[in-house]
Design a protein around this ligand. Structure first.
Ligand code: NAP
Length: 242
């Protein structure tokens, strides 16, 4: 992929990995639109980094529909969609799980990715070189016990992305997956150690993106992938209590 002179939509671009991707892509002369729920946060980032914004909650059907309409009406020339927005609940399934939390997590982490991909594909197919980039996780390969729904959604994104890539073979739409390890963002505040920075994720993403590496394994996920290939049991035991 050409990493400059694109028009890019990044869901969840107001903090963490999404924001680092937005800043990096902006510095490479791309037009960048970021989305999120918190309007004040979006406006602050828009002002600071000269980004365009759209406010919506991707867990909400109306929010997804309004984003789809706004893109078609105002930005039909977008040629890169980065499905990055995500959230994680840590819960045990005996004491503090609720249907609401399960539904919210699945809507944001998986359903929104599939819905936005399907809604934007016709637009991307009519464009020049185009891409869908889905942010999954190393936890798509081996789960941690504290986040069963999160890991399931990321494994879902992993398989969805692969199958969509097969469907797009022979078209102008390239389908990428980014698999980060533990990254130092608001999502992981107070959890884990040996985190990498969101800026490091963005740097590695760009290197893979411009070489058309369709599965971009970031940092330690490269090693995890190798271990998983040799022994899924060992890979599982490494991440189980993460
Ligand atoms: N951090 C890690 O260690 C790690 C590792 C592997 C993969 N990932 C994945 O990387 C992606 C980004 O995570 P992050 O760590 O950068 O998280 P983050 O800093 O918490 O940022 C999440 C972004 O998503 C937006 N968002 C959250 N819920 C939303 C909703 N319902 N509707 C619309 N936007 C929503 C947030 O904005 P608002 O709060 O304003 O809505 C924010 O912009 C996620 O898909 C995550 O699963 C993260």
């Amino acid at each position: 992929m050409n990493v400059s002179y694109n028009k890019v939509l990044i869901t969840g671009g107001s903090s963490g990995i999404g924001l680092a991707l937005a800043i990096k892509l902006k510095s490479l002369n791309n037009y960048v639109i970021i989305t999120g729920r918190d309007r004040a946060k979006l406006e602050k980032m828009a002002y600071q980094y000269k980004l365009d914004t759209y406010q919506c909650d991707l867990a909400d059907q109306g929010g997804v529909q309004s984003l789809i309409k706004a893109v078609h009406d105002q930005h039909p020339d977008i040629n890169i969609i980065i499905n990055n927005a995500g959230m994680q609940y840590n819960y045990d399934f005996i004491n503090n799980v609720s249907f609401e939390k399960i539904e919210y997590e699945v809507e944001v982490n998986f359903n929104a990715v599939a819905k936005l991909s399907s809604a934007f594909l016709p637009m991307l197919l009519g464009n020049k070189e185009a891409a869908i980039v889905n942010v999954s996780s190393g936890l798509a390969l081996s789960p941690k016990k504290s986040a069963p729904v999160y890991c399931a959604t990321k494994a879902g994104v992993h398989m969805f992305t692969k199958a969509l890539r097969y469907q797009m073979e022979g078209t102008n739409v390239k389908v990428f997956e980014v698999l980060p390890p533990l990254v130092d963002t608001p999502m992981t505040a107070g959890n884990g150690k040996d985190k990498i920075s969101p800026e490091a994720v963005a740097e590695e993403f760009i290197l893979g993106f411009e070489k058309n590496k369709f599965e971009i394994n970031i940092g330690k996920v490269k090693l995890l992938k190798m271990i998983h290939r040799i022994s899924p049991v060992i890979a599982d035991s490494i991440l189980k209590n993460n």
